[in-house]
Write a protein that binds this ligand. Structure first.
Ligand code: GAP
Length: 514
């Protein structure tokens, strides 16, 4: 566990050192849970977004995209339920004056039971060596069984309290489990209160009666309020989808784990409108489609799992998360929700507009049902970083840090180095870049020895490096070096595009999921 935490810390500092992610307003010591993407981060993020957008909009004839505004009419959030029910249960410690999410304190307590069990397992593994049977140990060891029983009982009580929205019971669980404030170490807790996560601001001048509006906490509502516009102008027939990528804002209280939980983040959401009664079939199809999208990146099927929700939002009739194995455990990266006709019906009610679909086969109108796929760009970015970061021991005793990014997502695809800064080598290197820059992102580097330049490119995950030397001037060939194998081979300049382009294009990923 501690080792995994160390790795995570290294990934966070690597992100800063190599221009991927910086704390927001860094010169003022940052702003909690807000981050900026640097020169390499923005390229990687754009590639992730492109991969998602193209898989939705290019590969599906019946999915189109939109780009709705962040500000929306305030009634939108009344209709969607966010004004009344988009809350976190908060509790304060009277001694430290620190505020916590009650559900997070309890989740941490559940994780402690898991850690205790894991410790017992690891101890026994060492003791028994090759003869160790983990399954048998977990089902028979008295201490493990006791921890497991207490964990399960807590989990059941916690789920029920959440489902019933029972704030008193959440507080009682915290007291019964003897959970202490990590700062003061005391159990001097206040009541649990609900806290709305939406950021408010005002439009218009305050003197003339400005009205309160919200920064959207999800992009989905921008799609729902445009359902009629898109369906009519695009002459869309059910089933069809609307995709959108954009910023969302939540006043998260527990901000931690770097870009995993942010106050300003980006979502890639797709609402798929279907005939009522077919939604659960589509829900299953979208689960498989989205999992295939993740797995095409080649991070290994064992690093993903579905987590079906026990607790469903009042408007949903099925929901699951796609979780990815981060250094701090399996965590949600994407949600897939069957949202029934709740949102469209609510907007019809609050706007007074008829929001329906005329089905020519049924000769009837109805409100479509919706399957939503919703993934956070930043969490996806974090999962890509975590899986790609690698400290490698080299044969000569050297180590290198290499980002084994899928080539299609890498910020820079090809680095071109002149061996020395003289004899026309820089000019020849620039000539290669001038030709190839139309096809993929290239970078020119002439500072330091070649070995150091390779390391810098490994650290940003650049899949290919090319070195221009004296021989290049004679026969128009270069040395092409592969990031992962570190193999070098001599190739004609004229072949570079053909060798590299297909491997680094988003199309290469899309072909895997088609
Ligand atoms: N429209 C549905 C919706 O917003 P959600 O489960 O609240 O559902 C969807 O969010 C995804 O957005 C999550 O799976 C996660 O990847 C991302 N997300 C949510 N809150 C986030 C936060 N505070 N920081 C970063 N990403 C977040």
């Amino acid at each position: 566990m501690a080792q995994q935490e160390d790795v995570f810390k290294k990934i966070v500092s690597h992100c800063k050192e190599y221009g991927f992610v910086f704390p927001s307003s860094d010169i003022y010591d940052g702003l909690g849970a807000v981050y900026d993407y640097g020169q390499n981060g923005v390229e990687l993020k754009n590639n992730i977004k492109q991969y998602w957008w193209q898989s939705m909009v290019l590969l599906h004839e019946n999915i189109v995209g939109i780009d709705a505004a962040i500000f929306m009419h305030p009634t939108t959030w009344k209709a969607s339920g966010h004004v009344d029910a988009f809350n976190d249960p908060l509790i304060d410690n009277r001694d430290s004056k620190k505020r916590y999410r009650a559900d997070v304190l309890i989740e941490d307590q559940l994780a402690k039971y898991d850690e205790k069990i894991q410790k017992e397992v690891e101890k026994a593994r060492k003791r028994f060596g090759d003869a160790f049977d983990e399954q048998q140990f977990r089902t028979t060891n008295a201490r493990v069984l006791e921890h497991q029983q207490r964990r399960d009982a807590l989990h059941e009580r916690f789920s029920k309290a959440l489902n019933d929205n029972n704030l008193e019971e959440l507080r009682q669980i915290i007291l019964d489990e003897e959970i202490v404030c990590p700062i003061s170490g005391t159990r001097n807790w206040t009541e649990v209160r609900q806290f709305n996560l939406m950021f408010k601001t005002e439009v218009g001048s305050t003197a003339e009666g400005a009205s309160t509006i919200y920064l959207r906490p999800e992009t989905a509502q921008g799609i729902f309020v445009n359902y009629l516009n898109v369906q009519k102008t695009g002459r869309m027939k059910l089933p069809f989808g609307i995709a959108q990528i954009g910023k969302a804002f939540r006043n998260e209280i527990v901000a931690r784990q770097f870009i995993f939980r942010m106050r300003e983040f980006e979502q890639m959401e797709m609402q798929f409108f279907v005939k009522p009664g077919t939604e659960l079939e589509w829900f299953q199809r979208w689960k498989q489609t989205r999992m295939a999208w993740h797995q095409a990146l080649g991070f290994g099927a064992e690093n993903y799992r579905f987590h079906d929700h026990d607790k469903l939002a009042h408007y949903a009739n099925a929901a699951t998360d796609i979780e990815f194995h981060m250094p701090f455990g399996f965590k949600e990266v994407e949600g897939i929700h069957s949202r029934t006709n709740f949102d469209l019906s609510q907007h019809a009610k609050y706007s007074g507009k008829k929001i329906e679909y005329f089905d020519p086969e049924e000769n009837a109108s109805y409100t479509p049902y919706v399957i939503e796929t919703s993934i956070g760009v930043d969490r996806m970015f974090l999962s890509v970083m975590c899986h790609s970061y690698c400290e490698e021991q080299l044969p000569g005793g050297d180590t290198r840090v290499v980002l084994r990014l899928p080539a299609a997502l890498a910020p820079v695809k090809l680095a071109v180095f002149p061996l020395t800064k003289k004899d026309g080598l820089p000019e020849k290197a620039q000539e290669i870049i001038r030709d190839l820059r139309f096809h993929f992102n290239c970078k020119y580097e002439e500072k330091d020895q070649i070995g150091k330049r390779y390391r810098r490119m490994d650290a940003i995950g650049c899949p290919y490096c090319v070195t221009v030397d004296q021989q290049t001037l004679e026969d128009d060939t270069v040395t092409l070096r592969d990031r992962d194998t570190m193999e070098q081979r001599r190739v004609p300049i004229a072949d570079l595009r053909a060798i590299i382009e297909d491997k680094v294009s988003i199309t290469s990923l899309l072909r895997k999921i088609e």
